[in-house]
Design a protein around this ligand. Structure first.
Ligand SMILES: Cc1cc2nc3c(=O)[nH]c(=O)nc-3n(C[C@H](O)[C@H](O)[C@H](O)COP(=O)(O)OP(=O)(O)OC[C@H]3O[C@@H](n4cnc5c(N)ncnc54)[C@H](O)[C@@H]3O)c2cc1C
Ligand code: SF4
Length: 442
Protein backbone atom coordinates (compact mmCIF):
# COMPACT_ATOMS: atom_id res chain seq x y z
CA UNK A 1 0.00 0.00 0.00
CA UNK A 2 1.39 3.45 -0.87
CA UNK A 3 1.03 6.47 1.38
CA UNK A 4 0.94 10.24 1.06
CA UNK A 5 4.73 10.19 1.45
CA UNK A 6 5.15 7.97 -1.64
CA UNK A 7 2.91 10.20 -3.67
CA UNK A 8 4.84 13.34 -2.82
CA UNK A 9 8.29 11.77 -2.60
CA UNK A 10 9.52 12.66 -6.10
CA UNK A 11 11.38 15.77 -4.88
CA UNK A 12 14.83 15.71 -6.53
CA UNK A 13 18.10 16.87 -5.00
CA UNK A 14 19.99 19.67 -6.82
CA UNK A 15 22.52 17.13 -8.03
CA UNK A 16 19.85 14.76 -9.40
CA UNK A 17 17.94 17.63 -11.03
CA UNK A 18 21.06 18.92 -12.81
CA UNK A 19 21.95 15.39 -13.96
CA UNK A 20 18.42 14.73 -15.21
CA UNK A 21 18.22 18.10 -17.00
CA UNK A 22 21.60 17.46 -18.63
CA UNK A 23 20.11 14.46 -20.48
CA UNK A 24 17.78 16.77 -22.45
CA UNK A 25 18.60 16.91 -26.16
CA UNK A 26 17.33 20.49 -26.58
CA UNK A 27 15.29 19.39 -29.60
CA UNK A 28 14.59 22.13 -32.17
CA UNK A 29 10.99 20.99 -32.65
CA UNK A 30 10.51 20.51 -28.86
CA UNK A 31 7.56 18.08 -28.94
CA UNK A 32 7.47 18.30 -25.13
CA UNK A 33 6.36 21.93 -25.39
CA UNK A 34 3.59 21.20 -27.86
CA UNK A 35 2.36 18.57 -25.38
CA UNK A 36 1.87 21.26 -22.71
CA UNK A 37 -1.51 23.08 -22.92
CA UNK A 38 0.07 26.09 -21.14
CA UNK A 39 2.96 26.17 -23.68
CA UNK A 40 5.57 25.94 -20.92
CA UNK A 41 9.01 26.57 -22.53
CA UNK A 42 10.33 23.20 -21.40
CA UNK A 43 13.53 23.27 -23.44
CA UNK A 44 14.49 26.60 -21.86
CA UNK A 45 13.67 25.76 -18.24
CA UNK A 46 15.33 22.36 -18.44
CA UNK A 47 18.46 23.98 -19.93
CA UNK A 48 18.45 26.58 -17.12
CA UNK A 49 18.39 23.77 -14.55
CA UNK A 50 21.29 22.04 -16.32
CA UNK A 51 23.17 25.36 -15.99
CA UNK A 52 22.18 25.54 -12.28
CA UNK A 53 20.16 28.70 -12.94
CA UNK A 54 17.24 27.60 -10.74
CA UNK A 55 15.76 31.12 -10.31
CA UNK A 56 15.76 31.59 -14.09
CA UNK A 57 14.13 28.18 -14.54
CA UNK A 58 11.20 28.88 -12.20
CA UNK A 59 10.71 32.30 -13.83
CA UNK A 60 10.45 30.57 -17.21
CA UNK A 61 7.87 28.11 -15.90
CA UNK A 62 5.82 30.69 -13.99
CA UNK A 63 5.62 32.96 -17.04
CA UNK A 64 3.72 30.13 -18.75
CA UNK A 65 1.92 28.72 -15.72
CA UNK A 66 1.46 30.60 -12.46
CA UNK A 67 0.46 27.32 -10.76
CA UNK A 68 3.88 25.80 -11.50
CA UNK A 69 4.21 23.93 -8.19
CA UNK A 70 0.61 22.72 -8.15
CA UNK A 71 0.71 21.45 -11.74
CA UNK A 72 4.09 19.80 -11.13
CA UNK A 73 2.29 17.52 -8.67
CA UNK A 74 -0.94 16.80 -10.53
CA UNK A 75 -0.30 17.19 -14.27
CA UNK A 76 -0.78 13.91 -16.14
CA UNK A 77 2.72 14.36 -17.61
CA UNK A 78 2.76 10.78 -18.94
CA UNK A 79 -0.11 11.79 -21.23
CA UNK A 80 1.26 15.27 -22.08
CA UNK A 81 4.88 16.59 -22.20
CA UNK A 82 6.70 13.43 -21.09
CA UNK A 83 4.62 11.34 -23.46
CA UNK A 84 5.83 13.55 -26.36
CA UNK A 85 9.43 13.41 -25.11
CA UNK A 86 9.11 9.64 -25.48
CA UNK A 87 9.43 10.21 -29.27
CA UNK A 88 12.97 11.46 -28.67
CA UNK A 89 14.30 9.51 -25.72
CA UNK A 90 13.66 5.95 -24.69
CA UNK A 91 13.47 7.16 -21.09
CA UNK A 92 11.72 10.56 -21.30
CA UNK A 93 13.05 13.48 -19.27
CA UNK A 94 11.28 13.59 -15.89
CA UNK A 95 9.78 17.00 -16.66
CA UNK A 96 7.21 16.89 -13.86
CA UNK A 97 9.87 16.21 -11.22
CA UNK A 98 12.14 18.95 -12.63
CA UNK A 99 9.28 21.44 -12.49
CA UNK A 100 8.53 20.34 -8.94
CA UNK A 101 12.20 20.79 -8.04
CA UNK A 102 12.37 24.43 -9.23
CA UNK A 103 8.98 25.32 -7.76
CA UNK A 104 10.08 23.92 -4.40
CA UNK A 105 13.48 25.67 -4.73
CA UNK A 106 11.64 28.97 -5.07
CA UNK A 107 9.22 28.21 -2.24
CA UNK A 108 12.08 27.54 0.14
CA UNK A 109 14.37 30.34 -1.09
CA UNK A 110 11.66 33.04 -1.40
CA UNK A 111 9.24 33.65 -4.25
CA UNK A 112 10.02 36.55 -6.64
CA UNK A 113 7.14 38.35 -8.33
CA UNK A 114 7.14 38.62 -12.11
CA UNK A 115 7.15 42.14 -13.58
CA UNK A 116 3.74 43.74 -14.25
CA UNK A 117 2.63 46.73 -16.34
CA UNK A 118 1.52 49.90 -14.54
CA UNK A 119 -2.24 49.96 -13.80
CA UNK A 120 -4.27 51.68 -16.54
CA UNK A 121 -7.23 52.04 -14.15
CA UNK A 122 -9.42 49.38 -15.77
CA UNK A 123 -10.97 46.66 -13.64
CA UNK A 124 -11.84 43.04 -14.31
CA UNK A 125 -14.27 40.90 -12.33
CA UNK A 126 -13.62 37.17 -12.17
CA UNK A 127 -16.17 34.62 -10.98
CA UNK A 128 -14.52 31.50 -9.55
CA UNK A 129 -11.06 30.98 -8.05
CA UNK A 130 -10.14 27.57 -9.50
CA UNK A 131 -7.10 27.23 -11.76
CA UNK A 132 -8.89 29.03 -14.63
CA UNK A 133 -9.84 32.09 -12.56
CA UNK A 134 -6.48 32.20 -10.76
CA UNK A 135 -4.53 32.00 -14.01
CA UNK A 136 -6.69 34.66 -15.71
CA UNK A 137 -6.28 36.94 -12.68
CA UNK A 138 -2.49 36.61 -12.65
CA UNK A 139 -2.13 37.30 -16.36
CA UNK A 140 -4.50 40.28 -16.17
CA UNK A 141 -2.62 41.69 -13.16
CA UNK A 142 0.60 41.41 -15.19
CA UNK A 143 -1.10 43.25 -18.05
CA UNK A 144 -1.88 46.18 -15.70
CA UNK A 145 -5.53 45.55 -14.74
CA UNK A 146 -7.13 45.81 -11.32
CA UNK A 147 -8.52 42.33 -10.71
CA UNK A 148 -11.12 41.08 -8.25
CA UNK A 149 -12.05 37.41 -7.94
CA UNK A 150 -15.38 36.47 -6.37
CA UNK A 151 -15.47 32.96 -4.96
CA UNK A 152 -18.58 31.23 -3.59
CA UNK A 153 -16.66 28.96 -1.19
CA UNK A 154 -14.94 29.98 2.03
CA UNK A 155 -11.51 29.28 0.55
CA UNK A 156 -10.08 29.92 -2.92
CA UNK A 157 -8.69 27.22 -5.22
CA UNK A 158 -11.76 25.42 -6.63
CA UNK A 159 -11.16 21.69 -7.09
CA UNK A 160 -7.53 22.13 -6.00
CA UNK A 161 -8.81 23.04 -2.53
CA UNK A 162 -12.07 21.08 -2.28
CA UNK A 163 -11.58 18.08 -4.58
CA UNK A 164 -8.07 16.69 -5.17
CA UNK A 165 -6.94 14.71 -2.09
CA UNK A 166 -4.05 16.04 0.01
CA UNK A 167 -2.01 12.86 -0.44
CA UNK A 168 -1.63 13.89 -4.12
CA UNK A 169 -1.64 17.67 -3.82
CA UNK A 170 -0.07 19.34 -0.80
CA UNK A 171 -2.53 22.12 0.23
CA UNK A 172 0.42 24.28 1.36
CA UNK A 173 1.72 24.45 -2.21
CA UNK A 174 -1.69 25.54 -3.51
CA UNK A 175 -1.95 28.07 -0.71
CA UNK A 176 1.51 29.54 -1.39
CA UNK A 177 0.71 29.95 -5.09
CA UNK A 178 -2.59 31.69 -4.24
CA UNK A 179 -0.66 34.02 -1.89
CA UNK A 180 1.78 34.68 -4.74
CA UNK A 181 -1.15 35.72 -6.99
CA UNK A 182 -2.50 37.96 -4.23
CA UNK A 183 0.94 39.55 -3.88
CA UNK A 184 0.65 40.48 -7.59
CA UNK A 185 -2.28 42.71 -6.54
CA UNK A 186 -5.21 40.35 -7.19
CA UNK A 187 -8.04 40.72 -4.65
CA UNK A 188 -9.88 37.49 -3.76
CA UNK A 189 -13.28 37.90 -2.14
CA UNK A 190 -14.43 34.56 -0.72
CA UNK A 191 -17.95 33.50 0.39
CA UNK A 192 -19.18 35.68 -2.45
CA UNK A 193 -21.47 33.67 -4.73
CA UNK A 194 -22.47 35.67 -7.79
CA UNK A 195 -25.96 34.98 -9.03
CA UNK A 196 -26.65 38.03 -11.18
CA UNK A 197 -24.19 38.14 -14.05
CA UNK A 198 -25.75 41.18 -15.70
CA UNK A 199 -25.36 43.48 -12.72
CA UNK A 200 -21.96 41.95 -11.84
CA UNK A 201 -20.72 42.73 -15.36
CA UNK A 202 -21.95 46.32 -14.93
CA UNK A 203 -19.34 46.85 -12.17
CA UNK A 204 -16.33 45.96 -14.32
CA UNK A 205 -14.78 46.72 -17.72
CA UNK A 206 -14.75 42.99 -18.50
CA UNK A 207 -15.57 39.69 -16.82
CA UNK A 208 -14.01 36.22 -16.79
CA UNK A 209 -16.14 33.20 -15.87
CA UNK A 210 -14.12 30.41 -14.31
CA UNK A 211 -17.06 28.76 -12.56
CA UNK A 212 -16.08 25.16 -13.27
CA UNK A 213 -18.48 22.27 -13.77
CA UNK A 214 -18.38 20.42 -10.48
CA UNK A 215 -22.13 19.91 -9.95
CA UNK A 216 -22.75 16.18 -9.65
CA UNK A 217 -25.26 14.88 -12.14
CA UNK A 218 -27.92 12.46 -10.84
CA UNK A 219 -28.15 8.91 -12.18
CA UNK A 220 -31.95 9.21 -12.23
CA UNK A 221 -32.53 5.67 -10.94
CA UNK A 222 -34.69 4.31 -8.10
CA UNK A 223 -33.33 4.58 -4.55
CA UNK A 224 -30.68 7.17 -5.36
CA UNK A 225 -31.65 9.32 -2.35
CA UNK A 226 -31.38 6.51 0.24
CA UNK A 227 -29.14 6.94 3.29
CA UNK A 228 -25.73 5.45 2.58
CA UNK A 229 -25.53 6.82 -0.96
CA UNK A 230 -23.32 9.88 -1.44
CA UNK A 231 -21.96 11.89 -4.31
CA UNK A 232 -18.21 11.17 -4.53
CA UNK A 233 -17.53 14.92 -4.90
CA UNK A 234 -19.33 15.56 -1.58
CA UNK A 235 -17.23 12.83 0.06
CA UNK A 236 -13.95 14.31 -1.27
CA UNK A 237 -15.00 17.77 -0.15
CA UNK A 238 -15.93 16.46 3.30
CA UNK A 239 -12.42 15.00 3.72
CA UNK A 240 -10.72 18.21 2.58
CA UNK A 241 -12.89 20.43 4.80
CA UNK A 242 -12.18 18.15 7.76
CA UNK A 243 -8.41 18.31 7.13
CA UNK A 244 -8.46 22.08 6.70
CA UNK A 245 -10.44 22.59 9.91
CA UNK A 246 -8.61 19.86 11.82
CA UNK A 247 -11.86 18.00 12.58
CA UNK A 248 -12.95 14.42 11.81
CA UNK A 249 -14.85 13.98 8.52
CA UNK A 250 -18.67 13.87 8.72
CA UNK A 251 -18.94 10.90 6.31
CA UNK A 252 -17.79 7.53 7.65
CA UNK A 253 -17.94 4.96 4.87
CA UNK A 254 -17.68 1.73 6.84
CA UNK A 255 -16.08 -1.55 5.84
CA UNK A 256 -17.33 -2.13 2.30
CA UNK A 257 -17.83 0.54 -0.31
CA UNK A 258 -18.88 0.67 -3.95
CA UNK A 259 -17.79 3.57 -6.16
CA UNK A 260 -19.71 4.00 -9.42
CA UNK A 261 -17.87 5.82 -12.23
CA UNK A 262 -14.64 5.79 -14.23
CA UNK A 263 -13.21 9.33 -14.03
CA UNK A 264 -10.71 11.07 -11.74
CA UNK A 265 -13.40 11.74 -9.14
CA UNK A 266 -14.19 8.01 -8.94
CA UNK A 267 -10.52 7.07 -8.56
CA UNK A 268 -9.77 9.77 -5.96
CA UNK A 269 -12.86 8.80 -3.95
CA UNK A 270 -11.98 5.09 -4.18
CA UNK A 271 -8.38 5.62 -3.03
CA UNK A 272 -9.44 8.01 -0.26
CA UNK A 273 -11.90 5.38 0.99
CA UNK A 274 -9.16 2.76 0.73
CA UNK A 275 -6.72 4.91 2.74
CA UNK A 276 -9.42 5.27 5.42
CA UNK A 277 -9.62 1.47 5.68
CA UNK A 278 -12.59 0.43 3.50
CA UNK A 279 -12.60 -2.42 1.00
CA UNK A 280 -13.49 -0.70 -2.28
CA UNK A 281 -15.00 -1.92 -5.53
CA UNK A 282 -15.32 0.39 -8.53
CA UNK A 283 -18.09 -0.39 -11.01
CA UNK A 284 -17.81 1.22 -14.44
CA UNK A 285 -20.27 0.93 -17.32
CA UNK A 286 -17.67 0.64 -20.08
CA UNK A 287 -14.36 -1.20 -20.57
CA UNK A 288 -11.10 -0.45 -18.77
CA UNK A 289 -9.57 1.24 -21.86
CA UNK A 290 -12.57 3.58 -22.01
CA UNK A 291 -12.04 4.99 -18.50
CA UNK A 292 -11.50 8.77 -18.61
CA UNK A 293 -9.36 8.77 -15.43
CA UNK A 294 -5.60 9.33 -15.77
CA UNK A 295 -3.71 6.04 -16.41
CA UNK A 296 -1.29 6.58 -13.53
CA UNK A 297 -4.17 7.10 -11.10
CA UNK A 298 -5.95 3.95 -12.26
CA UNK A 299 -2.71 2.00 -11.78
CA UNK A 300 -2.16 3.37 -8.28
CA UNK A 301 -5.75 2.53 -7.28
CA UNK A 302 -5.14 -1.01 -8.46
CA UNK A 303 -1.80 -1.21 -6.65
CA UNK A 304 -3.57 -0.17 -3.48
CA UNK A 305 -6.17 -2.90 -3.58
CA UNK A 306 -9.11 -1.13 -5.24
CA UNK A 307 -11.02 -3.76 -7.26
CA UNK A 308 -12.39 -2.90 -10.69
CA UNK A 309 -15.57 -4.26 -12.27
CA UNK A 310 -16.12 -3.31 -15.90
CA UNK A 311 -19.24 -3.28 -18.12
CA UNK A 312 -21.69 -2.82 -15.21
CA UNK A 313 -24.50 -0.21 -15.20
CA UNK A 314 -26.46 0.55 -12.01
CA UNK A 315 -30.20 0.15 -12.44
CA UNK A 316 -31.59 0.44 -8.90
CA UNK A 317 -30.58 0.89 -5.24
CA UNK A 318 -32.27 -0.85 -2.32
CA UNK A 319 -31.98 -0.46 1.44
CA UNK A 320 -31.34 -3.69 3.37
CA UNK A 321 -30.36 -4.31 7.03
CA UNK A 322 -28.90 -0.82 7.49
CA UNK A 323 -26.83 -1.43 4.38
CA UNK A 324 -27.36 -0.49 0.75
CA UNK A 325 -27.75 -2.82 -2.17
CA UNK A 326 -26.77 -1.83 -5.68
CA UNK A 327 -28.45 -3.70 -8.51
CA UNK A 328 -26.42 -3.69 -11.73
CA UNK A 329 -26.87 -5.18 -15.14
CA UNK A 330 -24.01 -6.33 -17.37
CA UNK A 331 -23.23 -4.49 -20.61
CA UNK A 332 -21.89 -5.56 -23.97
CA UNK A 333 -20.26 -3.16 -26.41
CA UNK A 334 -22.41 -1.45 -29.04
CA UNK A 335 -21.73 1.02 -31.83
CA UNK A 336 -18.93 3.55 -31.56
CA UNK A 337 -20.20 6.90 -30.22
CA UNK A 338 -18.91 10.46 -30.77
CA UNK A 339 -16.24 9.94 -28.09
CA UNK A 340 -14.76 7.10 -30.17
CA UNK A 341 -15.76 4.48 -27.58
CA UNK A 342 -18.37 1.71 -27.94
CA UNK A 343 -21.74 2.49 -26.40
CA UNK A 344 -22.51 0.17 -23.45
CA UNK A 345 -25.59 -1.92 -24.26
CA UNK A 346 -27.40 -3.64 -21.39
CA UNK A 347 -27.65 -7.44 -21.59
CA UNK A 348 -31.18 -8.59 -20.81
CA UNK A 349 -31.56 -10.75 -17.69
CA UNK A 350 -27.98 -10.09 -16.53
CA UNK A 351 -28.79 -8.51 -13.16
CA UNK A 352 -26.37 -8.83 -10.24
CA UNK A 353 -26.72 -7.31 -6.75
CA UNK A 354 -24.05 -6.27 -4.24
CA UNK A 355 -24.71 -5.28 -0.63
CA UNK A 356 -22.28 -2.81 1.02
CA UNK A 357 -22.12 -0.19 3.77
CA UNK A 358 -22.03 2.84 1.49
CA UNK A 359 -22.08 3.80 -2.19
CA UNK A 360 -20.31 6.74 -3.79
CA UNK A 361 -21.56 8.05 -7.12
CA UNK A 362 -19.12 9.68 -9.54
CA UNK A 363 -20.84 9.40 -12.86
CA UNK A 364 -20.70 12.86 -14.30
CA UNK A 365 -20.55 16.55 -13.66
CA UNK A 366 -22.17 19.65 -15.06
CA UNK A 367 -22.04 23.43 -14.61
CA UNK A 368 -23.14 24.96 -11.31
CA UNK A 369 -23.60 28.53 -12.45
CA UNK A 370 -27.29 29.26 -12.94
CA UNK A 371 -26.70 32.56 -14.74
CA UNK A 372 -24.93 30.70 -17.50
CA UNK A 373 -28.19 30.72 -19.45
CA UNK A 374 -27.60 34.42 -20.14
CA UNK A 375 -24.88 33.32 -22.56
CA UNK A 376 -24.74 30.81 -25.38
CA UNK A 377 -24.21 27.24 -24.16
CA UNK A 378 -24.19 23.80 -25.74
CA UNK A 379 -26.58 20.91 -25.00
CA UNK A 380 -24.66 20.00 -21.83
CA UNK A 381 -24.91 23.56 -20.55
CA UNK A 382 -21.22 24.27 -21.19
CA UNK A 383 -20.28 27.79 -22.23
CA UNK A 384 -19.50 28.23 -25.93
CA UNK A 385 -16.46 30.45 -26.49
CA UNK A 386 -14.38 31.74 -29.34
CA UNK A 387 -11.42 29.35 -29.60
CA UNK A 388 -8.83 32.07 -30.05
CA UNK A 389 -9.94 34.52 -27.34
CA UNK A 390 -12.28 32.78 -24.89
CA UNK A 391 -15.00 35.37 -25.69
CA UNK A 392 -18.59 34.28 -24.94
CA UNK A 393 -21.72 35.51 -26.71
CA UNK A 394 -22.04 38.34 -24.16
CA UNK A 395 -19.79 41.30 -25.02
CA UNK A 396 -16.99 41.75 -22.49
CA UNK A 397 -17.61 38.35 -20.84
CA UNK A 398 -15.00 35.63 -21.31
CA UNK A 399 -14.86 32.07 -20.01
CA UNK A 400 -12.53 29.10 -19.68
CA UNK A 401 -11.68 25.93 -17.80
CA UNK A 402 -14.19 23.22 -16.89
CA UNK A 403 -17.18 25.57 -17.47
CA UNK A 404 -16.20 25.41 -21.15
CA UNK A 405 -14.68 21.94 -21.61
CA UNK A 406 -16.83 20.05 -19.06
CA UNK A 407 -13.82 18.78 -17.07
CA UNK A 408 -10.26 18.34 -18.28
CA UNK A 409 -7.06 19.21 -16.43
CA UNK A 410 -5.81 21.97 -14.19
CA UNK A 411 -3.15 22.92 -16.75
CA UNK A 412 -5.86 23.22 -19.44
CA UNK A 413 -7.79 25.56 -17.13
CA UNK A 414 -4.57 27.57 -16.61
CA UNK A 415 -4.09 27.79 -20.39
CA UNK A 416 -7.71 28.89 -20.90
CA UNK A 417 -7.41 31.57 -18.22
CA UNK A 418 -4.28 32.96 -19.87
CA UNK A 419 -5.85 32.93 -23.32
CA UNK A 420 -8.94 34.78 -22.08
CA UNK A 421 -6.78 37.35 -20.26
CA UNK A 422 -5.15 38.23 -23.58
CA UNK A 423 -8.59 38.20 -25.27
CA UNK A 424 -9.82 40.68 -22.64
CA UNK A 425 -6.72 42.84 -23.09
CA UNK A 426 -7.30 42.98 -26.83
CA UNK A 427 -11.00 43.75 -26.32
CA UNK A 428 -10.31 46.59 -23.91
CA UNK A 429 -7.50 48.01 -26.03
CA UNK A 430 -9.84 48.08 -29.03
CA UNK A 431 -13.29 48.55 -27.52
CA UNK A 432 -15.05 49.42 -30.77
CA UNK A 433 -14.82 45.74 -31.83
CA UNK A 434 -16.90 43.81 -29.29
CA UNK A 435 -14.89 40.61 -29.96
CA UNK A 436 -17.71 38.30 -28.87
CA UNK A 437 -18.95 35.18 -30.61
CA UNK A 438 -22.16 35.56 -32.56
CA UNK A 439 -25.19 35.32 -30.30
CA UNK A 440 -27.71 37.49 -28.58
CA UNK A 441 -25.83 40.36 -26.94
CA UNK A 442 -27.61 41.59 -23.84
C1 LIG B 1 -11.63 14.70 -8.02
C2 LIG B 1 -10.90 15.37 -9.14
C3 LIG B 1 -9.55 15.09 -9.33
C4 LIG B 1 -8.85 15.73 -10.35
N1 LIG B 1 -7.54 15.44 -10.52
C5 LIG B 1 -6.82 16.15 -11.42
C6 LIG B 1 -5.41 15.93 -11.55
O1 LIG B 1 -4.83 15.08 -10.90
N2 LIG B 1 -4.74 16.67 -12.46
C7 LIG B 1 -5.35 17.63 -13.20
O2 LIG B 1 -4.67 18.31 -13.98
N3 LIG B 1 -6.69 17.85 -13.12
C8 LIG B 1 -7.43 17.13 -12.24
N4 LIG B 1 -8.77 17.34 -12.15
C9 LIG B 1 -9.40 18.34 -13.03
C10 LIG B 1 -9.11 19.78 -12.54
O3 LIG B 1 -9.20 19.85 -11.14
C11 LIG B 1 -10.10 20.74 -13.19
O4 LIG B 1 -10.01 20.58 -14.59
C12 LIG B 1 -9.80 22.19 -12.81
O5 LIG B 1 -9.87 22.39 -11.41
C13 LIG B 1 -10.79 23.13 -13.50
O6 LIG B 1 -10.54 24.43 -13.07
P1 LIG B 1 -11.68 25.55 -13.13
O7 LIG B 1 -11.04 26.80 -12.59
O8 LIG B 1 -12.27 25.59 -14.48
O9 LIG B 1 -12.86 25.04 -12.17
P2 LIG B 1 -12.90 24.67 -10.61
O10 LIG B 1 -11.60 24.19 -10.11
O11 LIG B 1 -14.10 23.80 -10.45
O12 LIG B 1 -13.19 26.08 -9.91
C14 LIG B 1 -14.41 26.77 -10.12
C15 LIG B 1 -14.66 27.70 -8.94
O13 LIG B 1 -15.75 28.55 -9.26
C16 LIG B 1 -16.52 28.73 -8.06
N5 LIG B 1 -17.88 29.17 -8.44
C17 LIG B 1 -18.79 28.45 -9.15
N6 LIG B 1 -19.93 29.18 -9.30
C18 LIG B 1 -19.72 30.36 -8.66
C19 LIG B 1 -20.52 31.54 -8.47
N7 LIG B 1 -21.76 31.63 -8.93
N8 LIG B 1 -19.99 32.57 -7.77
C20 LIG B 1 -18.72 32.51 -7.28
N9 LIG B 1 -17.92 31.40 -7.44
C21 LIG B 1 -18.41 30.37 -8.12
C22 LIG B 1 -16.49 27.36 -7.43
O14 LIG B 1 -16.82 27.45 -6.04
C23 LIG B 1 -15.03 26.96 -7.67
O15 LIG B 1 -14.19 27.39 -6.61
C24 LIG B 1 -9.51 16.69 -11.17
C25 LIG B 1 -10.87 16.96 -10.99
C26 LIG B 1 -11.56 16.31 -10.00
C27 LIG B 1 -13.02 16.61 -9.82
S1 SF4 C 1 11.39 16.39 -26.15
FE1 SF4 C 1 12.57 15.67 -24.34
S2 SF4 C 1 14.69 15.70 -25.01
FE2 SF4 C 1 13.56 16.95 -26.51
S3 SF4 C 1 13.69 19.06 -25.71
FE3 SF4 C 1 11.81 18.18 -24.85
S4 SF4 C 1 12.44 17.36 -22.83
FE4 SF4 C 1 14.35 17.68 -24.02
Amino acid sequence: MISKHDYLSKLMTQQDAVAEASRCLGCDDAPCRTGCPAANDIVKFVRQIAQRNFRGAIKTVREANVLAGTCALICPVGELCEFRCGDKLERPIDIGALQRFVAEYERTHGMSLLPAKQSAGKSIGIIGSGPAGLSASFELARLGYNVEIHEAEQLPGGILTYGIPSYRLDPEIVNDEIEYIKAMGVKIITSSAIDDLKSFAGNYDAVFLGVGAYRSLPLNIKGEKFDGIFQASAYLKDIKVAQLSDKPPMINLGKEVIVIGGGNTAIDAALSARFSGSAVNIFYRRRRVDMPAFRTEIASAENNGVKFNFNYSPIEFLRADKRVEAVFCRNKTGKIDRSGRPVPVQIEGSQESFRVDNILIATGQGPTFREIDLIKTDKRGLVIVDDATGATSMPGVYAGGDAVNGGATAVQAVADGKKAAHGIDKYLSNSESNNCISGEPL
